[in-house]
Design a protein around this ligand. Structure first.
Ligand code: PGA
Length: 251
């Protein structure tokens, strides 16, 4: 049985004051026992978030990492070794904003995934197609290509402690959501691809849906067989909405 997971990707948002307020409100939310919850603040806010969560069961992750492990001369990058030292458990890799706006290749994403695993962190691998690709009927081949790059480098064993997030690019921040059936089709294909390598590992991998998830559509999406929770952007900045989404994952 896969434990549902809801993750909040705060992206490039927040000030010290707004983060303090958000954490305080999140701690007042009734979060269901059976659901794992994680937040991904900006690097600068990590120590503050860890301190203000103060032992709360919400886990903390970072939105990116360097593809090199350890320490060294790499101006501006943050290493998985540093992330691990701060007690973060999760690393987002391959978010479409990094792939498309910042030009990260499938291969770089795969190297970040491997670096995260080497440091004992759990990668949350984001995959998803652009609108043109969906319209051209290429959704499954795009997602498979993104997955393949990671399988090539990390092997199926790399997925034992990883999560996949399917985020159609056209649904991110747009207010457009994939229908539960559209999402389920891709989630099943992802699990099917992993299953060709190892059925047992594939059955245990949590596959989250992301892209304009809101309290109003969460329940229906999370009700699908292969949707194990959500990666939430905009709605994760509102404690009440995020709490409601977490509760929907518990139903
Ligand atoms: P959204 O973002 O919920 O604002 O669409 C999701 C994401 O980018 O992870």
């Amino acid at each position: 049985m896969r434990r549902p997971l809801v993750a909040g990707n705060w992206k490039m948002n927040g000030t010290r004051a707004s983060v303090a307020e958000l954490i305080q409100s999140l701690r007042q939310q009734a979060l269901p026992e059976g659901v794992e919850v994680a937040v991904f603040p900006s690097f600068l806010h990590i120590p503050q978030v860890m301190a203000e969560l103060d032992g709360d069961s919400i886990a903390v992750g970072v939105q990116d990492c360097a593809s090199q492990t350890g320490f060294g001369a790499l101006t501006g990058e943050v290493s998985v070794s540093q992330v691990a030292e701060f007690g973060c458990q999760w690393v987002l890799v391959g978010h479409s904003e990094r792939r498309l706006v910042l030009g990260e290749s499938d291969e770089l994403v795969a190297r970040k995934f491997v670096a995260a695993r080497e440091a004992g962190l759990k990668p949350m691998l984001c995959v998803g197609e652009r609108l043109e690709e969906r319209e051209a009927g290429e959704t499954l081949s795009v997602v498979e290509r993104q997955l393949e790059a990671v399988l090539d480098l990390a092997g199926i064993a790399g997925f034992e402690e990883a999560v996949v997030a399917y985020e159609p690019v056209w649904a991110i921040g747009s207010g457009l959501t994939a229908t539960p059936e559209q999402a389920q089709e891709v989630h099943a294909a992802i699990r099917g691809r992993l299953s060709r390598e190892d059925a047992e590992i594939a059955a245990g991998v949590r596959i989250l849906y992301g892209g304009s998830v809101k309290p109003e559509n969460a329940q229906e999406l999370f009700g699908m067989a292969d949707i194990d929770g959500g990666l939430i952007g905009g709605a994760s900045l509102k404690a009440n909405d995020f709490g409601a989404i977490c509760r929907a994952a518990g139903n």
